[in-house]
Ligand binder design. Structure first.
Ligand code: NDP
Length: 247
């Protein structure tokens, strides 16, 4: 059966590893032409590109000019841009009193301002086509307080609010904006957690385990699909029950 994503242009930020990589691979299997960005991990990006036929683009979240030029080029060369996934993100955890200003800015610039630059660039061709889907990857840290993550939580909480307002702004013009909120997912980001924190986190998760990147990717694909055509400005939490139950 032919997939609705056949021939669609999908752009994923931070597709070289983790959740972004799973999203890239899922859309590629469905026949989309997938482009993804990376920053530091060129070898990993090359591997993703060669295994699933996606195209890797070296572009930092903190480089608005290259972001704008990249989207313009993609939209012009392909005549369309159907889906943007704002996935790239970092943590730099530290208690507030010890947090270097540089780490506060770095996290906000990468996670929030980057999503702003990509969305601003992508909305133009999507408005022209009167269709498109933007999916932002936030975090449970944007919903509930986590010690040591004031910078990360601020970036993800703001991304949730950004998504709802953008959805209200462009929804009538055929562009759906939604947010996926992952809980603890097995990636390099959570591999850095000290064993005792990891153990305590698992105990708080209703299903008793961290999630897999593919479990986030399937929610993203659903939101981008026509099966979600009436879902606008919403947040879907993919956290194994972490925030909704008593564990
Ligand atoms: P990883 O650390 O595994 O991967 C992060 C990705 O983002 C990489 O592809 C990396 O590219 C890219 N990236 C980081 N900084 C930049 C930058 N400045 N410019 C361009 N790309 C950049 O993270 P995850 O897969 O775990 O996380 C993906 C998203 O999901 C993030 O937004 C994260 O906040 C969110 N999330 C993750 C959770 C988890 O438990 N893992 C939980 C909740 C949310 P490169 O390696 O090439 O630099």
């Amino acid at each position: 059966m032919q997939s609705e994503f056949e021939g669609q242009i999908v752009l994923v930020t931070g597709g070289s590893r983790g959740i972004g990589r799973a999203i890239v691979e899922r859309f590629a299997v469905l026949g989309a032409r997938v482009f993804f960005t990376y920053h530091h991990h060129e070898e990993e990006a090359r591997q993703v590109a060669s295994t699933c036929g996606a195209q890797a683009l070296h572009c930092s979240q903190t480089d608005p000019d290259t972001i704008q030029a990249t989207v313009e080029r993609l939209a012009n060369e392909n005549g369309r841009l159907d889906v943007l996934i704002n996935n790239a993100g970092i943590t730099a955890d530290m208690f507030l009193l010890l947090m270097p200003t540089e780490d506060w800015n770095r996290v906000l610039d990468t996670n929030l301002n980057g999503a702003f630059h990509w969305s601003k660039a992508a909305v133009r061709p999507m408005l022209g086509a009167r269709r498109g889907s933007i999916i932002n990857i936030a975090s449970v840290s944007g919903l509930v307080g986590v010690p040591g993550q004031t910078n990360y939580a601020a970036s993800k909480g703001a991304l949730l609010a950004f998504s709802r307002s953008l959805a209200a702004e462009v929804g009538k013009r055929g562009i759906r904006v939604n947010t996926v909120v992952p809980g603890f997912i097995e990636t390099d980001m959570t591999a850095r957690l000290p064993p005792e924190i990891r153990q305590r986190s698992v105990e708080r998760i209703t299903v008793g385990r961290f999630g897999r990147p593919e479990e986030v990717a399937s929610t993203v694909v659903f939101l981008a699909s026509s099966a979600a055509s009436y879902i606008v400005g919403q947040t879907i939490v993919v956290d194994g029950g972490l925030t909704a139950t008593a564990g």
